[in-house]
Design a protein around this ligand. Sequence first.
Ligand code: LLP
Length: 417
Amino acid sequence: MSQSFFSRHQGSLFCEQLPLTQLAQRFATPCYVYSQAAIRSAMQAYQQGLGQHPGLICYAVKANSNLAVLNTLAKQGAGFDIVSVGELERVLAAGGLAERVIFSGVAKTTTDMQRALSAGIHCFNVESEAELNQLSQVAAQMGLQAPIALRVNPNVDPQTHPYISTGLKENKFGIDIDLAMQLYRQAAADPHLLVKGVACHIGSQLLNVQPLLDATDLMLALVDQLAQEGIQLHHLDMGGGLGIAYRAEEQAPNPADYVPMLLARLQGRELALHLEPGRSIVADAGVLLTQVVYLKETGQHHFAIVDAAMNDLLRPSLYDAYQEIENLEASQQPERSYDVVGPICETGDFLGKQRKLALAAGDYLAVRQAGAYGFVMASNYNTRALCAEVMVSGDQAYLIKPRQELTQLFADETLVP
Ligand code: LLP
């Protein structure tokens, strides 16, 4: 889909119209680079899929929350799925509209609820009975009515990595589908709550849409059952979860096909469709640029030691995730099988293992599909500065977040007298 926004010209890897080597030299490494056109195109695929059907594509801010990314999407009419007040403030700062924000998350505090209610968000996705009661109280104190959907756990196996599976009975997320009816009755009778919809998110990086379709059917059965009791829902929120192709041989579902499949199931009901895609909007749109510091051989192993580490991109270390790694330029060096590792003092600090690469020290590499869950999961581990982020638009590159200064990392720490 958005792969074409990164392409090779005479051996050099480009982002839109700019050679990435030039960007690596200009902004230094490590550095994330995003294609604005790729982000727009992915959002468009969802919007096209939705067509004239009422609904909202709420980008999951957690996937990449840089203001320039959020602003790009806000200008396209996106809504936003947030999981913290921090994300709400980002959305508002980036020009997003509060009335298009939905608030997910299992641990919303009283202060979170107050802020979101005063901002006037579209809907709270409520994840437990305790949360529902607390939200009602907070709304009552503020003299408001809180718009809600219950996030229901349909107990469907998303067939993905266990750390990012969320729709199984044993997961901490959502309300057991068998308890949902009773809680909806309670919410409908509560003057401080306004029942708007039902929500569900079963997991992330799904390459097969069948579990999502199965979950939709279960949600629709609940919607119909509620309607029979006179509780009319206005929207169905099927969460995020569409996967992307991290490996060339993988086939990712296309949102422009997936959304119509959902709409077909909704037929005959007056129900808006909400979605919360994160990864499928931004993953393909980003790369992490890094430079080879040293090549090192130990026994059987060839190591490419690079200047990016698990603090910059955690996915390989945390989930054993695979992301393609490429030399930005064609190389005359012999091809070898390299473990691409970072400077951090842990064996778990790697970006890729046994990768066929032709390399010399000083070469620049791109870790592909790094636009989602990349920078947002970065840390200062080993007192390493958060790296820079750059947005490319056509033949222009914009520094959308500078690399941290090292002194910033401890500027607010104090000594004990
Ligand atoms: N909605 C909710 C309630 C979620 O929990 C998530 C992701 C999304 C939407 C967006 O899902 P997506 O469309 O991106 O699959 N750090 C992990 C992914 C964690 C996903 C958490 N929830 C990774 O790097 O693979």
